[in-house]
Ligand binder design. Sequence first.
Ligand code: IPD
Ligand code: CA
Ligand code: CA
Length: 266
Amino acid sequence: MRLNSPQINLITKACMKASRSLIRDFGEIENLQVSTKGPGDFVSSADKRTEKILIEELQKAHPDYGIVTEETGIINKSNMKNRWIIDPIDGTMNFLNSIPQFAISVGYEEEGEIKCGVIFNPIMNEMFCAEKGNGAYLNNKRIRVSKKKKIKDALLVTGGPKGLSKIKEKIFSEYINISLNVSNVRKFGSAALDMAYVACGRFDGYWQRELNYWDIAAGIIIVKEAGGFVDFFEEDLNSPLKKNILATNSNIHEELKDLFKKKDIE
Ligand code: IPD
Ligand code: CA
Ligand code: CA
């Protein structure tokens, strides 16, 4: 791999370390699935344990860096210059149900811009990495977005709405409208891997509302460095960690954007 910044090396090592206990935890889930208590509490402790390892590893090198995490919140709030953006398990619902479609996602942001990131699915042993200017990789192989030109031929992926969403109708109506204009749509349950799959050409595009920054931070640079295009829409300046995203192979970007503008989506 030709990625060589100190930050990408740190993230990769931290992910490898955190993945060891995560793989063990995943093995345990199958047993808990059939127990009367169910795996709920176990999953939330796996989440916290994974995050703790990631934070400890990253802090060893840079105790002063800001950290935005799903479980712990924000660490070193005043440092907005250098920040790690961490989601210890993206795809918790899959993890909880013994479905190996989940990942550790860690991005590194400098002056508000994501510079590098790693999305690691430890069960499939797929590590997606990218660094600004140096390309995107899956394990040691360079990856690129698909070449599909027309939205009508595209295989897209999306997610949501969340159980508590107040805009379910709108999200469903967008889903219907987009589905009617593309080849097909999947829902895989991990925003981070959805982005990674766009980057390596498995999907031609991805859209989703009501995401958190840590779901997609690493994915942003991985898609961009693979030749894709990432766009945010209807941004709420009061909630900078909330995101609505479109990420595509670039070619179908405008056509997908146009589908959002259609009148029947309210
Ligand atoms: C979730 C996953 C899912 C997306 C949800 C996220 P979590 O993250 O990325 O694909 O649809 O909006 O919250 O809770 O599994 O870390
Ligand atoms: Ca997430
Ligand atoms: Ca999570």
